[in-house]
Design a protein around this ligand. Structure first.
Ligand code: HEM
Length: 437
């Protein structure tokens, strides 16, 4: 009865191993979506609060900035204020946030993102490609962590550790930076029921932030304008804002990107869709494929990126479809700021709501390399409204670059061995060994 599963057995196993309770909630979300009994798409779950798996309701919540807040109990802004200080509150919402997003609009455009990936990855990607070409085995999970770690080192200008010889960043250094980001994110692990941190959690998180941000003052002062820190300075961001933004990038963009890279690789192999992708690449751009159309998803009318119905580039299409099916940020939380009715439910100020993004996106069907853009979910895996992922173009460039390397020989791959990470916030493969089939 595999056809009734929303995704592959391997993906379901991976979600379960990450957090069994969360996996149960995500699957229940899909079941509720398809329930013949109907009822409100917004339900109250004891110990969690309001929950929805409806993509349209989820987007309504994310775009309703008057009734819902990222700052209150239940939102990540609440976590960050406890770690970084109350100044974060202005940076996360309201006028300060609007100003920050306006200034940072050009930080991760499609073109800048491609250049960033190329600068941080090209030599390491070439080495990995050579391993596959020579018939060797590649651990795509570890490689993803190393690549993302390298990106963080480049973006934040993390200096070579004292006494470190040889080239920088090396694999060990990059993997260590990734793990540091993971430790920071894991502070949020216990917050499904509440976003109030204990003093010990706050102290741990502050120590990690200090470690990661050690290179920022120098970088912000001296880095050339073609680096992220240099660009922040040129855009008029102060040192405090730049440091806060850096912490955000670190937490928002490391585990999510690495999770997507490993999981989309496995999906392509497990579903056999790699053959469809390779055939499409061989055939060139699909005839009649629609040109990319810019979409506006932010409430200030800014272009939020390109959403391509029937993406002309087969790999780009796989990136979008893979993000839909994996949705690494499985849930998004918000606090209720004012009494409001959504989806027929009455929500009261002070309550919280969890948007089951994974379930909302998965409802459209299983992974298909050539699936067209799904209108209901749009790009909900990157959120919506004014907090729509700032690094979306960078994430897509990262995933696309990895996939192009893996399948550059026009040959299918097979999984030799795999292991899912246990007890993590963002479900991921901790090991994914692949080789030519
Ligand atoms: C596949 C990878 C990624 C996924 C699935 C993802 C997903 C998301 C989602 C769902 C949000 C909205 C959270 C909310 O509304 O509460 C978000 C926000 C954000 N993301 Fe990403 N993200 C990814 C990669 C990245 C990368 C690579 C970066 C930067 C280097 C990044 C930077 C950010 C930032 C700064 C925000 C906060 C934006 C704001 O509050 O205005 N993300 N991301």
């Amino acid at each position: 009865m595999t056809h009734i599963l929303p995704t592959t057995r391997h993906e379901l196993g991976l979600l379960h191993r990450a957090r069994p309770a969360m996996a149960g909630l995500l699957l229940a979300g899909i079941a509720a979506q398809g329930s013949p009994l109907g009822g409100s798409p917004v339900r109250k779950v004891p110990g969690i609060g309001w929950v929805t798996a409806d993509p349209v309701v989820a987007r309504t919540v994310l775009r309703d900035h008057r009734s819902f807040t990222i700052l209150g109990e239940g939102g990540v802004g609440n976590l960050w204020a406890q770690i970084l200080g109350d100044w974060v509150l202005d940076l996360f919402d309201g006028a300060g946030h609007h100003d920050l997003r306006t200034r940072t609009r050009e930080l991760f455009t499609e073109a800048v993102s491609r250049d960033l990936v190329s600068a941080a990855w090209d030599d390491r990607i070439a080495v990995a490609g050579e391993v596959l070409r020579s018939g060797g085995t590649l651990d795509v999970a570890r490689l993803s962590r190393i690549l993302v770690g390298r990106m963080v080192i480049c973006l934040l200008g993390i200096p070579r550790p004292a006494g470190h010889g040889g080239s920088w960043p090396d694999d060990e250094g990059a993997a260590r930076i990734f793990e540091t980001g993971e430790r920071l994110a894991s502070v949020a692990l216990g917050t499904a029921g509440s976003t109030i941190l204990t003093p010990a959690q706050v102290a741990t998180a502050q120590g990690i932030v200090a470690e990661l941000n050690a290179g920022i003052p120098d970088g912000w002062r001296d880095a050339p304008p073609d680096t992220l820190l240099g660009r922040c300075r040129e855009l008029g961001l102060g040192l405090t804002e730049t440091s806060g933004l850096a912490s955000l990038l670190m937490v928002a963009g490391t585990e999510t990107a690495a999770s997507a890279m490993g999981r989309i690789t496995a999906l392509l192999i497990d579903t056999g869709e790699q053959h469809r992708m390779l055939a499409a690449i061989r055939a060139g751009a699909a005839p009649g494929a629609a040109a990319p159309i810019p979409v506006r998803d932010g409430d200030d009318g800014r272009a939020a990126g390109l959403l391509n119905p029937g993406e002309a580039d087969p790999v780009e299409n796989v990136v979008r479809e893979g993000l839909r099916v994996t949705s690494p940020a499985s849930v998004i939380g918000r606090g209720v700021a004012a009494d409001v009715e959504v989806g027929g439910a009455q929500l009261r100020a002070g309550e919280r709501i969890m948007l089951l993004v994974w379930s909302a996106n998965a409802t459209a069907g299983p992974f298909r390399a050539d699936r067209q853009y799904v209108r209901e979910s749009r790009q909900l895996w990157f959120g919506a409204g004014r907090h729509l992922c700032l690094g979306a173009a960078l994430a897509r460039a990262e995933i696309g670059t990895l996939l192009r390397m893996l399948w550059s020989e026009d040959r299918p791959l097979r999984v030799v061995r795999r292991r899912a990470a246990r007890g993590v916030l963002i479900p991921a493969w901790s090991e994914l060994l692949v080789t030519r089939a």
